[in-house]
Every structure is written in structure tokens, then in C-alpha cells.
Write a protein that binds this ligand. Structure first.
Ligand code: FUB
Length: 300
């Protein structure tokens, strides 16, 4: 693991069109779990990347394949894995359902190792309907210090949170009896992400137009993992000299340090295809008052 003098490999950090990176630390390695960014017919598998130092990345191919998810037929994307009790739970979106009549939504797979192979945990989507208007896509899983597990998700401008049971493959209820709690912050589009720092919950999301140059990341600070999430401002956005469409991210904290990196996708200036998205890492700094400084996107 690296410390304050951490370098990254130069942006983008690995070759290939990948998007929606989730970032984790498992078994002493940094891991990035992205979408394979291609037309839907080709989005039929997931690769993952790991590194000891954020510089050299090794690719693991096909950690989960659509052929192994009986109900998935169209595309799979936006993964979010987490470890609990020695098992790895991998949440993902599939099929891009547009209404409650279609089969699809957020699935959950499980494996014994961070590199998989992942297998379907329940044989059907974990979340298969629209609740409070949130399309069941873009899951992000978070376990709080007290062991409570939350799954944030949403698209089409609405964001929900559900509580997971300890088995990580079924839904609990909140104290008020709700299962699907809407937590949509102002301007939310998709791609939720949660971190905790100094007792505060930092909820972040993608806003702006999907595939548009103004795609970006904003955040809220709350004293609770279920909000309310009041928008503070933007963290990440395009730089006309470097890249456009910077958004849908994950976060890495260097173990034991107050040192944070944002892992996100962006579109090189030379590209116009919406799927030509590449994974990048840049440093993210907090101000003394706990607010977040706008990230400078770089080629470093
Ligand atoms: O990669 C597919 C979609 O692109 C995700 O659902 C969105 O968050 C956007 O990044």
C-alpha cells in the first residue's frame, strides 16, 4: 500500500474503454471494478483491475459473465462489490428496464475471492421495480462502522437507499417500516457513492447529461447514512484542455491516512463516441472545514 507520496500510473490508468469504476481495497490490493464501455450487445462481461501501488495495474478478465446470470439478456454494467464475512458480494445493473413490466434491475453475485469467479446469488434481480421513480441501476454498496449495510442506487434523476440484511442478498426494513427510501439530492442524475470521514457521511453522485461534456460529480454532507443530503457543490468536472464528461466515480482512501483519491471515467478530447470512456484517478483534498476542494483532473 502506498502513502502520501503516492503516484498514479498516468491517466487513463489502464488501456481500454471502461466506465463507472467502483474502487475498493481487498486483501492488500487496490481494486477497480468498471463497466466494459461498449454498445449494449457487447456489455456481456465484467473485467477487474488490481494494483499494489496505484501505478501498475493487472487485469482479471471475465470475473462475471452474462451467460452465468440466467435473467440477464441485454447488458450488464456499473458494478459495486464489497466483502463481508470472508465472501465478496457483487451488485450490478442489468437489462436497462424502462418499466416494471420488464425483467431486469439490480442483481447480486457472490464469490470467495475479489477476482471471482462470481456466481448469481439469488437467481433473480434483488431490486426489479421502479420505487419513487428511481430506475434500478447504478448500485453502490456501503457498510457503516456499526455493521449496517446500505445499497444506494438510481437513475432517471431519483436516488433510493435500501438496507441489506446481514446475508447481503436480501432487503431489510428501516426503523420506520420503509424498504425503499428516497434520498435524491438536488440535481442528482445517477452514480451514487458514499464515504465516511471524521463521523460525517459524504454522499456523492453524477449530474449533468449522460454522455454529455457537462457530466460531473457533486456532493452532500450529512450526519446520517440515509440523509437528508443537501447539495454542497461540484467536486469533479470536465477541463477543456484535458477531457470531458468526468463522472460516475468510486473513492480510495489510503489505509491509515487522510489521503483520498477519486476514481472516475472521462472522455478523451479526441473522442466523440459516448462509450469511449476511460478510467482515471486524481487526488481529492478536503478543506479544514470538511468541505471538498474541486478536483483538478490531470494526465498524471
Ligand atoms: O455505463 C452505463 C451508464 O453510464 C451508467 O449507468 C451511468 O452511471 C453512466 O455512467
Amino acid at each position: 500500500m502506498t502513502s502520501s507520496s503516492s503516484k498514479t500510473s498516468g491517466n487513463p490508468i489502464f488501456p481500454g474503454w471502461y466506465a463507472d469504476p467502483e474502487a475498493r481495497i481487498f486483501e492488500g490490493n487496490y481494486w477497480i471494478y468498471p463497466t466494459y464501455s461498449a454498445p449494449y450487445e457487447q456489455q456481456a462481461f465484467f473485467d477487474a483491475f488490481y494494483s499494489k501501488d496505484l501505478v501498475e495495474w493487472t487485469k482479471v478478465e471475465n470475473i462475471l459473465k452474462m451467460a452465468d446470470i440466467s435473467w440477464a439478456w441485454r447488458a450488464m454494467w456499473a458494478p459495486s462489490p464489497i466483502e463481508r464475512g470472508g465472501k465478496y458480494y457483487y451488485y450490478f445493473a442489468a437489462n436497462d428496464i424502462q418499466s416494471d413490466d420488464e425483467l431486469g434491475g439490480i442483481g447480486v453475485a457472490v464469490a470467495d475471492k475479489p477476482e471471482g469467479p462470481f456466481r448469481d446469488a439469488i437467481g433473480r434481480p434483488l431490486i426489479d421495480k421502479f420505487h419513487h421513480g428511481a430506475q434500478p441501476i447504478d448500485p453502490h454498496v456501503y457498510i457503516d462502522d456499526d455493521g449496517s449495510a446500505y445499497l444506494y442506487y438510481g437513475g432517471w434523476g431519483h436516488c433510493n437507499v435500501v438496507k441489506l440484511n446481514e446475508d447481503m442478498i436480501s432487503l431489510d426494513t428501516f426503523e420506520d417500516g420503509e424498504v425503499y427510501k428516497e434520498v435524491t439530492p438536488e440535481l442528482f442524475v445517477e452514480g451514487p457513492c458514499m464515504i465516511k470521514r471524521g463521523g460525517s457521511y459524504y454522499f456523492m453522485w453524477a449530474e449533468g447529461g449522460w454522455g454529455q461534456p457537462d457530466y460531473s460529480v457533486a456532493y452532500a454532507i450529512s450526519s446520517s447514512p440515509i440523509g437528508p443530503f443537501e447539495r454542497v457543490g461540484k467536486i469533479l468536472q470536465q477541463n477543456p484542455d484535458i477531457a470531458t464528461s468526468a463522472g460516475h466515480h468510486g473513492m480510495i482512501q489510503i489505509p491509515g491516512e487522510d489521503e483520498w483519491y477519486i476514481v472516475y471515467h472521462r472522455r478523451p478530447l479526441t473522442e466523440t463516441d459516448r462509450n469511449h470512456r476511460a478510467v482515471c484517478i486524481d487526488r481529492m483534498f478536503f478543506n479544514e472545514d470538511g468541505t471538498i476542494q474541486p478536483v483538478q483532473i490531470t494526465f498524471e
